[in-house]
Design a protein around this ligand. Structure first.
Ligand code: FAD
Length: 315
């Protein structure tokens, strides 16, 4: 059964809450989420996650920033991405995994790299994000970049206890897709605060623009002057979201990657988990669970396909 995005997000949220409860090393913390709409959506319906989060409520007029017509708040989590990735890295090593970093030109080349114990792989999982556009054996032309620029700031110590509790996303009329901008605040557990941002499709420019930094700061100051009027800018950064027309690809199949002599068997389970766009963290655990399920379902056929392939290669 194909899981919906909601199910992917739900599984991830539950796991992140568990980490916030149990493991400070993971870089996940609780805080209060705010969604602000400059113009109240017609026939507003509560979001699907109302049943998932705690403390969901509508904000009163007095709690809304100037220019905002409607807002909701709820308890959510933030992920300090670099710390969380380092934590996951450690988890892999602790379970006996090893990590090699190299650029691979094709799935075929990847399948030829032996394990440290000399065995050829049974499973390849392609998580190459935007790289899936050019990776031979994938060449997914539905992939495209959505550029995001953010500003990382610190606030004075006396403001931090309040600022670390506050995350928000503000929807202008027309939304991010219409304007190329998106206004959000995400505190991290190390005292830094991420301010966003942009949503620029097909833009590969990896240098931060000073003009964009100023525009982000001005939108944030207009929304939360009490928290950010004395903020210090630490740096501006750019990332390319690995977006995909048609949405994320999570799948697995038994594939014969080549007929080269001397490589037998050449049949492996090839799985894909890429194209998460702006939701790679939010959907990560759900996608990982789903790809494992897909792989397990295909592994059952692997030996049969391999022996059929050996027979074919002798004909
Ligand atoms: C500004 C910004 C803000 C964001 N905010 C959020 C947010 O609030 N919540 C959220 O959930 N997500 C957010 N995202 C999106 C999130 O960062 C992505 O969805 C996520 O990083 C995708 O992860 P990934 O591992 O699939 O792809 P990537 O992070 O792009 O990783 C792919 C990796 O594959 C490697 N690779 C590619 N090709 C090859 C090759 N041929 N050989 C070897 N390696 C290769 C790349 O070097 C890279 O390391 C944000 C992104 C940006 C830019």
């Amino acid at each position: 059964m194909t899981k919906t995005t909601k199910e992917l997000d739900r599984a991830t949220f539950n796991r992140l809450c568990h980490l916030a409860d149990t493991d400070p090393k993971a870089g996940v913390m609780y805080l209060t989420g705010h969604d602000f709409w400059d113009v109240k959506p017609k026939n507003f319906e509560d979001p699907w996650f109302k049943s998932l989060v705690k403390n969901y409520r509508y904000l009163s007029q007095a709690e809304l920033p100037p220019g905002v017509e409607f807002g909701i708040s709820y308890t959510t989590v933030s992920v300090h991405a670099p710390k969380y990735l380092a934590y996951l890295h450690e988890q892999i090593l602790a379970r006996g995994g090893t990590i090699d970093r190299t650029t691979v030109p094709s799935l075929k080349a990847l399948a030829q790299i032996p394990h440290p114990d000399g065995r050829k792989p049974d499973i390849i999982i392609n998580c190459s994000g935007l790289g899936s556009r050019n990776l031979s054996g994938v060449h997914d032309h539905q992939m495209f970049p959505t550029r995001g620029q953010i500003v990382i700031v610190k606030v004075p110590d006396e403001i931090w206890p309040k600022a670390k509790q506050f995350t928000m996303e503000r929807y202008a009329e027309g939304g991010a897709m219409g304007t190329g901008t998106i206004t959000y605040i995400i505190p991290r557990d190390n005292g830094e605060i991420v301010l966003g941002g942009t949503m620029q499709h097909w833009n590969y420019q990896e240098e931060a623009s000073e003009e964009t930094t100023k525009a982000i700061m001005s939108r944030i100051l207009a929304t939360k002057p009490d928290l950010f009027s004395r903020a210090t800018i630490l740096r501006s950064c750019v990332g390319l979201r690995p977006n995909r027309r048609g949405g994320v690809r999570v799948s697995a199949a038994v594939e014969q990657l080549d007929w080269n002599e001397g490589w037998d068997p050449k049949v492996v389970v090839v799985a894909h988990n890429y194209g998460h766009g702006a939701f790679g963290y939010q959907a990560s655990v759900g996608c990982a669970d789903k790809v494992v399920g897909e792989i397990e379902a295909r592994l059952v056929d692997l030996e049969d396909v391999r022996s059929a392939s050996r027979t074919m290669s002798k004909l």
